[in-house]
Structure formats: C-alpha cells, structure tokens
Design a protein around this ligand. Structure first.
Ligand code: CUA
Length: 365
C-alpha cells in the first residue's frame, strides 16, 4: 500500500511484536527493551508503548503502580495456572471405568466461597487505592508560574494544537522545550478538549492516558527530560481512523523551541515559482478554504488542520505518512487511499492542479 505504510519506522509495523516483547521481557524480570534511536531522517524517535522507560515526570509517577499491578496480575496468573495444572493431573482419567462413572457432585463450600470473594475484594481495594493516589498526585500537581500552556483538541481523526499564550495553532505535532530533572523545570500544561467524540491522549513515555471528552475540559501535563520525537496516539476508539490518529511530541532544547515559536509566529513567505503561485490561486478557488486555515488569507476553515506552517510538519494525515511531496501528491489525489474513511474529500483534482497545490503547500513554512 504505497510508500506510506512503510514510513513510520518501528511504529505500526513493530507495535505488536514490540508490545509482546516488552511484556515477555518484563515477565522474565529483565529490563525492558531499550528505547534505541531509530535510523531514518528523523534523528531520534522514542518508541511507542514503552511505558517501562518513562522520560517525563507523570510517566515516572506511574511506573511504580504499573509494576505493582503487573506483579499482582502475575501472581493471580500463576495461582490460576498452578491450580489448573494440579486439577488436570490429579483428576485425569485413569482407566476406561472413569468415563462411565459420574464424579462426586459437590454443592457449596463456605471456605472456598469466602476465599474467592474476600481475596479478590481485597486485591481490588488495594488497586483502587494505588490508582487513586497516582491520579491525585498527577492531577493535583501545581504548574509553575509561566508554564507553557497547550490546548489540545481531539477531532476525528487528528489533533488540533493551540498555544493560547503564543498565538500559535498547529496540528498533530506538539513542540515543547526539554525539562531538566535537577535544573530548570519546564513542564507543559495540556488542556484537553474534544470537537466531536471521546478521544484519549496517550504518549506512553511522557504521561498516562487522559480522555478528551466533548463538553468537558480535562487537564494533564508532560515534562520530558530528553529531546527527540515521542510517539503517541489516540487511546480511545473514536471511529474508522482511530488507529491513524497519531500524535508526535517533539521535545527540543529551549533555544530550538524558541526558534520554532518565532517561525510559527511569522507568516509563510509568498510563493515565488510560477507553479507554486498557480497553486496558491488554485487553493483559494477550490473548496480547500472551507475546511483549512492559512493565516492572513481568506482561508478561514476550522474543520480541518491549520495549514499556515504545514510544510514544517514531519507527517501528514495525523501521522499516516511522512510529509514528502510524493506522499502529499498521493494524499491530495485520493485521501482515502492513505486513510480510508477520513473526512478529507477526494477533490477530483486534475494532474496540473495536484502539481501546483503540492508546490504551493510546500512553501508554507
Ligand atoms: Cu481519537 Cu481514537
């Protein structure tokens, strides 16, 4: 399926094997697989689902309860398997006569019934207390004065990202400055909202899941201690393209983050090539403008992602493909081929329109 699926390295393709490997490593008591940098054009990608390698304070706070829950579950698993194996061996058929005789029928055992009622209740009680303590600890964390604030709005199937204090609107890629464990703390406060259905914010190495619920405002925060790209995705089934509602958190040094902010606050340059100039004309003549916004132009649509700085983004279609001219061409030609069921329509563009729009969109940086 096109150059696209193969793009996101170690993400979808390796997800299941990675999750399985992580679980096996954990059960074996060894360290989970290391978050090694991946090769490719993007320097360092921290793998998804590696909750055992937290690189941010909220994720760190969850590590201990996660270990506890897994250990308790492992204990239950071992007890169940041990009882099962014992019963299978002890009561195995020993001869043909065993098949003719009905085994003794037992009704009710006060001791056993008490045991399987009380013990699970105690376990659930402990887990509830542990979870509640972690939730309160993370939710009640006071944000320092002047902490970076982000409004993250879930849409089917992409993420709108607003920096209200900086006047920036972007999509699918959150840029934040790196924090220091002992030095200057730079947490990012994330306000979570939804434009349609329930979504869930989850960047495993940075923070646990928090839902984005229509008509409700939720809060979370991240405080990454390492630069690089952190992969996340929507963790609540939200429709056809839920699996392709991918999110990137790009953690930068404060200087690089500042550069990104300054660039975002400027308008993109006017296109210079004839083909890009034609693309700009086409863009405003087609109905692109009813769904997309480009600052300081008549394009005011808010149904789709803001395109003002589209060309800077690493991916398109909420992470479904790398943001390359070929992929953009394929996306504009038939969005459904990359993201079946998405709300970006097939505009039936002519080959000339496709070329000119690709050229124009690439100037948006
Ligand atoms: Cu949004 Cu699942």
């Amino acid at each position: 399926m096109s150059p696209i699926r193969s793009y996101i390295p170690g993400f979808r393709k390796n997800f299941i094997s990675f999750a399985t490997a992580a679980l096996l490593f954990y059960i074996a008591g060894s360290a989970s697989s290391a978050a090694e940098p991946q090769s490719g054009s993007i320097p360092e990608i921290h793998r998804i689902a590696d909750i055992f390698q937290p690189l941010s304070r909220p994720a760190e706070l969850l590590l201990e309860p996660t270990h506890l829950v897994l250990l308790i579950c492992l204990g239950i698993f071992l007890v169940v398997i041990a009882v099962l194996v014992y019963v299978l061996i002890k009561f195995r058929p020993r001869g043909p006569e065993d098949h003719l005789e009905e085994p003794p029928q037992v009704y009710g055992s006060y001791n056993i019934e008490m045991a399987w009622t009380v013990i699970p209740c105690l376990i659930v009680f402990v887990l509830v207390l542990v979870s509640a303590r972690s939730i309160v600890e993370i939710q009640d964390q006071p944000m320092p004065e002047g902490a970076l604030k982000i409004r993250l709005i879930g849409h089917q199937w992409w993420w709108e990202i607003q920096y209200p204090d900086l006047g920036i609107i972007t999509a699918n890629e959150i840029h934040v400055p790196v924090s220091s464990k002992d030095g200057k703390q730079r947490p990012t406060h994330i306000i979570l909202e939804s434009a349609d259905v329930i979504h869930s914010f989850w960047v495993p190495q940075l923070a646990g899941k928090t839902d984005l619920v229509p008509n409700r405002v939720n809060h979370t925060w991240i405080e990454p201690f390492k630069t690089g790209v952190f992969l996340g995705n929507c963790a609540e089934y939200c429709g056809t393209q839920h699996a392709n509602m991918l999110l990137r958190v790009i953690v930068q040094t404060p200087e690089d983050f500042q550069k990104w902010v300054e660039n975002q606050q400027q308008l993109p340059p006017e296109p210079k090539d004839a083909i890009a100039i034609q693309g700009k004309k086409d863009f405003f003549e087609l109905s692109c403008v009813s769904c997309h916004k480009i600052d300081a132009t008549p394009a005011e649509g808010v149904f789709g992602p803001d395109l003002t700085k589209f060309a800077i983004r690493q991916t398109l279609g909420a992470g479904v493909a790398a943001n390359t001219p070929e992929n953009l061409h394929a996306w504009l030609h038939d969005p459904d081929s990359l993201k079946p069921g998405c709300y970006m329509p097939d505009m039936k563009l002519s080959p000339q329109q496709l070329d000119s729009l690709v050229a124009y969109l690439q100037t948006l940086k």
